[in-house]
Ligand binder design. Structure first.
Ligand SMILES: [Zn+2]
Length: 89
Protein backbone atom coordinates (compact mmCIF):
# COMPACT_ATOMS: atom_id res chain seq x y z
CA UNK A 1 0.00 0.00 0.00
CA UNK A 2 0.95 3.65 -0.17
CA UNK A 3 3.44 4.99 2.31
CA UNK A 4 3.39 8.48 3.72
CA UNK A 5 6.13 10.19 5.65
CA UNK A 6 4.86 12.64 8.24
CA UNK A 7 6.97 13.79 11.16
CA UNK A 8 9.21 10.79 10.71
CA UNK A 9 6.35 8.27 10.96
CA UNK A 10 5.59 5.86 8.16
CA UNK A 11 1.94 4.99 7.62
CA UNK A 12 1.03 1.93 5.60
CA UNK A 13 -2.62 2.04 4.67
CA UNK A 14 -4.79 -1.06 4.78
CA UNK A 15 -2.62 -3.12 7.13
CA UNK A 16 -5.38 -4.30 9.52
CA UNK A 17 -8.39 -4.79 7.28
CA UNK A 18 -11.47 -6.15 9.04
CA UNK A 19 -14.73 -7.37 7.55
CA UNK A 20 -17.41 -4.77 8.23
CA UNK A 21 -20.96 -4.27 7.01
CA UNK A 22 -22.51 -0.89 6.38
CA UNK A 23 -26.26 -0.44 5.82
CA UNK A 24 -27.48 1.72 2.95
CA UNK A 25 -29.75 4.49 4.22
CA UNK A 26 -31.94 4.30 1.09
CA UNK A 27 -32.58 0.61 0.36
CA UNK A 28 -31.49 -0.73 3.79
CA UNK A 29 -29.29 -3.34 2.07
CA UNK A 30 -26.08 -4.28 3.88
CA UNK A 31 -22.81 -3.95 2.00
CA UNK A 32 -19.83 -5.98 3.25
CA UNK A 33 -16.29 -4.74 2.78
CA UNK A 34 -12.87 -5.05 4.34
CA UNK A 35 -11.08 -1.92 5.46
CA UNK A 36 -8.72 -0.70 8.14
CA UNK A 37 -10.65 1.26 10.78
CA UNK A 38 -7.47 3.24 11.51
CA UNK A 39 -7.62 4.47 7.90
CA UNK A 40 -11.19 5.65 8.46
CA UNK A 41 -10.06 7.49 11.60
CA UNK A 42 -7.23 9.08 9.59
CA UNK A 43 -9.85 10.41 7.19
CA UNK A 44 -12.40 11.51 9.82
CA UNK A 45 -10.05 13.02 12.39
CA UNK A 46 -6.71 13.40 10.62
CA UNK A 47 -7.83 15.36 7.57
CA UNK A 48 -6.50 12.82 5.06
CA UNK A 49 -8.59 12.51 1.90
CA UNK A 50 -10.45 9.20 1.88
CA UNK A 51 -9.16 8.36 -1.60
CA UNK A 52 -5.61 8.79 -0.29
CA UNK A 53 -5.98 6.73 2.89
CA UNK A 54 -8.22 3.99 1.40
CA UNK A 55 -6.98 3.47 -2.17
CA UNK A 56 -7.74 -0.24 -1.84
CA UNK A 57 -11.52 0.42 -1.80
CA UNK A 58 -13.56 1.11 -4.90
CA UNK A 59 -15.24 4.47 -5.36
CA UNK A 60 -18.60 2.95 -4.48
CA UNK A 61 -17.24 1.43 -1.29
CA UNK A 62 -15.76 4.76 -0.24
CA UNK A 63 -19.06 6.47 -1.04
CA UNK A 64 -21.03 4.22 1.30
CA UNK A 65 -18.62 5.12 4.09
CA UNK A 66 -19.09 8.84 3.40
CA UNK A 67 -22.83 9.05 2.68
CA UNK A 68 -24.24 5.63 3.69
CA UNK A 69 -25.55 5.25 0.14
CA UNK A 70 -24.78 2.03 -1.73
CA UNK A 71 -23.46 2.16 -5.32
CA UNK A 72 -26.80 0.99 -6.79
CA UNK A 73 -28.80 3.72 -5.01
CA UNK A 74 -26.10 6.30 -5.78
CA UNK A 75 -26.39 5.49 -9.49
CA UNK A 76 -30.17 6.03 -9.32
CA UNK A 77 -30.00 9.23 -7.23
CA UNK A 78 -27.06 10.87 -9.02
CA UNK A 79 -27.07 9.81 -12.65
CA UNK A 80 -23.77 10.30 -14.48
CA UNK A 81 -24.47 13.16 -16.95
CA UNK A 82 -21.72 11.97 -19.30
CA UNK A 83 -23.14 8.46 -19.64
CA UNK A 84 -26.77 9.65 -19.66
CA UNK A 85 -26.83 13.20 -21.11
CA UNK A 86 -30.65 13.38 -21.17
CA UNK A 87 -31.17 12.33 -17.53
CA UNK A 88 -31.52 15.88 -16.20
CA UNK A 89 -33.48 17.41 -19.08
ZN1 LIG B 1 -29.01 1.29 -1.39
Amino acid sequence: MRRESRKGLKVVYGTNRELTTVQCCVCKKFVAMRFDKDDLARHLYGGVLIRDCMPYLSGGEREILLTATCPDCWALLCVDPVLHPLAYS
